[in-house]
Design a protein around this ligand. Structure first.
Ligand code: ADP
Ligand code: MG
Length: 396
């Protein structure tokens, strides 16, 4: 396969910053949550796609034992004599992600360089709900492993390591969707995750399907507490309902038991239970090639986020409302944790780039201005990029 286009740039930048060529380059895609909103940590199913926007990491060992971390997107490089042991704050906060991975490598019994230089380049918007954090973690893990002379682990193991890094060392209690999709993606396919295993399978996306992202650039930080609050609300609902996980309930079983629940946990639980069922319905619709039914289920997911889970925003709702009425748009929903982030639209070829531009222009007067929009393809998962100018290594 052809490596994504920016791969050489990260090696050039590394050389410019550190004065030598990198020993390893790795690349990981972002992801969209196709459907399955907050189902992952509730023992449910989720469908995601790795996307053709990436984070590239170039790395080399150094003899000084220092950790020198550079990103084209950061205000300044970070230079550490040793693991600071506490979270970095302010403009250096991004370095918590590579540090989290470096700690996790040891915790997973994998080799790592003691001192290393690392640079990051990306064409994946950060904080837009497209999992730049997972992409960064996976690319750092693959690059550091290569520097240490190790073979890449299986994608499922790599995903577990990156999730551990984010959960334990960054403090973001995300489920397996982000890292699992970015690690296990495949061009033209969706990744289905039964989050209990987790167990990964793939579902082909019909060739006529087009994916679009509209990112209104609202402030979005999943570490700011509302994601964790929803998680607690779901746990409380499961406890009151007497189930280990909300996805244990069918919508019918939930309806029979919901009467005794307070209003807020009842709304959260209904969203999760019905969303888990919608994921199954989308898989069935895709398997029979029915994109119209798939699109309807995507929009139903958004309305449930809007009204029951209350993790949408007025701006995301307005985007979905406008998209729904456009020719060629089959469905639209917020993608990712919510409380900001981006909207995913499923469309066919009638929805053109000109139509997307016209729709985005209607938002010029809103906070953040014209939303960023991009067509996306379902792409391959994270991998090591062969620095000698060859293709990306196949390891699946
Ligand atoms: P998302 O994963 O949806 O993009 P998060 O808030 O989980 O949003 O992660 C975004 C964070 O990941 C950024 O604030 C930054 O710390 C880090 N990050 C992402 N991309 C880069 C990059 N290219 N360089 C440095 N840090 C990055
Ligand atoms: Mg993230």
């Amino acid at each position: 396969m052809t490596p994504p286009a920016a791969a050489p740039d990260v090696a050039v930048l590394f050389q410019a910053v550190f004065g030598a060529a990198p020993q390893a380059v790795a690349c990981a895609p972002g992801r969209v949550e196709f459907i399955g909103n907050h189902t992952d940590y509730n023992g449910g199913a989720v469908l995601g796609a790795a996307i053709d926007r990436h984070v590239w990491v170039a790395a080399a060992a150094n003899r000084s034992g220092r950790m020198r971390l550079h990103s084209a997107a950061a205000a300044r490089p970070v230079d550490l004599a040793a693991d600071p042991g506490a979270p970095l704050a302010g403009p250096d906060a991004w370095a918590n992600y590579p540090l989290a991975v470096w700690r996790s490598l040891a915790e997973f019994g994998l080799p790592r360089p003691e001192g290393f230089d690392l640079t990051v380049v990306s064409d994946l918007p950060a904080g837009a709900g497209l999992s730049s954090s997972a992409a960064l973690e996976l690319a750092v893990a693959l690059a550091l492993l290569r520097v240490a002379g190790a073979e890449p682990p299986a994608p499922e193991r790599l995903a577990a390591l990156a999730r551990h890094a984010e959960n334990v060392h960054v403090g973001m209690p995300c489920g397996i969707l982000d890292q699992g999709t970015c690690a296990c993606g495949r061009a033209g396919q969706l990744v289905h995750i039964d989050c209990r295993g987790p167990h990964f399978t793939r579902v082909p996306l019909p060739a006529s399907a087009r994916l679009w992202i509209f990112n209104p650039r609202e402030r979005h930080s999943l570490v700011d507490g509302r994601y964790a609050e929803r998680r607690r609300e779901c746990e409380e609902a499961a406890r009151r309902l007497g189930v280990a996980a909300l996805a244990d309930l069918t919508p019918e079983a939930f309806a029979r038991r919901a009467a005794g629940l307070p209003a807020v946990p009842a709304r959260r639980a209904r969203h999760v239970v019905e969303e888990h069922a919608r994921v199954g319905a989308v898989v069935a619709a895709l398997r029979r090639g029915d994109l119209v039914a798939t699109g309807r289920l995507l929009t139903a997911s958004h309305r449930s986020s809007q009204r029951l889970f209350e993790n949408s925003t007025p701006l995301l709702d307005a985007l979905v409302d406008r998209l729904e009425s456009r020719s060629g748009v089959l469905g639209a929903r917020l993608t990712g944790g919510g409380f900001g982030g981006a909207v995913l639209a499923l469309a066919d070829e009638r929805f053109t780039a000109a139509a997307a531009r016209a729709l985005a222009a209607e938002f010029a007067d809103r906070p953040g201005g014209v939303p960023e929009f991009m067509p996306l393809r379902a792409a391959d998962g994270a991998g090591v990029v062969d620095g000698a100018g060859g293709g990306r290594e196949e390891r699946r």
